[in-house]
Design a protein around this ligand. Structure first.
Ligand SMILES: [Zn+2]
Length: 300
């Protein structure tokens, strides 16, 4: 690999991107698709850096540091703020595009493109059809099925995947030779094949501790007999939206592992997984969190 992408794995995808960047066969729009926390947004930002830096992605110049901080004038990031992307946002993108360019490119990084509603997507489509010169769209999504086919046909899709636990452990061992075996083992287990998550957990001990706590809670959880105990746990959880996502992810992981251990798909676990999925979908919308989680507790 020519550049340091700061993520684990995805060699095939990254060499395809490097080839595009090197050969001048650059698409004007990329969609990096795949599960969350596999490093898509990191890759998007690095691509912007490689394109804007006039010093072969030196990490030192103004362009490099500004992109890293998210304040580069010709590299606009529309971060995922959990809200849907409205038509006003698309208008703002248009405005930024029409401003005079100072850097080699105008780059638009749009996170979680699936948040774009139909109206906004249609107006966005016009931009994708006739992009201003030297404009590159680098977008990410963890749900490609929600992207309009008309948009999909105008972007170059790069598909990222999660990796196996064994592969992840091997990579972590070579990246962090100084860390103890137990931490490496735990992180490769808890990051569920998501390489970006793994790096985050390795570098943020407080996140790892929280993950570990929730993991143990959930394991105990299946041993809890009383629904009262489950509910009181949920009540505490419902106050912290960030924790809820972690909780749902780890819960999914625990139920899947139970299935793998038994080497057969038991109807009970399949039902639990579909209920967890359903709850996860509801939680993304503006719903009563506690109600959804309590319902889930009654059904798994
Ligand atoms: Zn630079």
């Amino acid at each position: 690999m020519k550049y340091n992408w700061s993520i684990i794995g995805h060699e095939k995808q990254l060499s395809q991107i490097e080839k595009d960047l090197e050969s001048g066969n650059l698409a004007h729009a990329y969609l990096l698709s795949g599960p969350n926390s596999v490093g898509k947004n990191t890759v998007a930002k690095k691509m912007a850096g490689i394109l804007q830096c006039e010093n072969d992605f030196c990490h030192n110049c103004n362009a490099c540091t500004q992109i890293e901080k998210g304040c580069h004038v010709d590299t606009v990031v529309f971060e995922d703020d959990g809200e849907s992307i409205k038509i006003e946002t698309v208008r703002k993108i248009l405005e930024r595009l029409s401003m005079t360019r100072q850097a080699p490119y105008k780059i638009l990084l749009v996170q979680s493109l699936e948040r774009m509603g139909v109206e906004a997507a249609n107006s966005f489509l016009k931009m994708l059809e006739e992009p201003p010169e030297r404009t590159v769209f680098i977008m990410t999504t963890d749900n490609v099925r929600l992207i309009l086919p008309t948009i999909l046909s105008r972007v170059r899709v790069v598909q990222f995947n999660s990796v196996s636990q064994g592969y992840l452990k091997e990579k972590l061992e070579s990246l962090y030779p100084e860390r103890d075996k137990e931490t490496l083992e735990t992180v490769s287990l808890l990051s569920m094949g998501k390489t970006g998550k793994a790096v985050h957990l390795m570098e943020h001990p407080e996140s790892l501790a929280e993950y570990l706590k929730i993991y143990h809670d959930i394991q105990n959880f299946f041993a809890y007999r009383s629904i009262v105990e489950r509910f009181s746990y949920i009540e505490e959880m419902a106050e912290d939206p960030k924790k809820i996502e972690t909780f749902i992810n780890i819960l999914t992981h625990v139920v899947r592992s139970q299935m793998l251990e038994r080497k057969e798909d038991s109807p009970k676990q399949i039902k639990a997984l579909s209920k967890i999925n359903e709850a996860a979908m509801l939680l993304k919308k503006n719903v009563n969190v506690r109600l959804v989680l309590e319902n889930l507790m009654l059904q798994i």
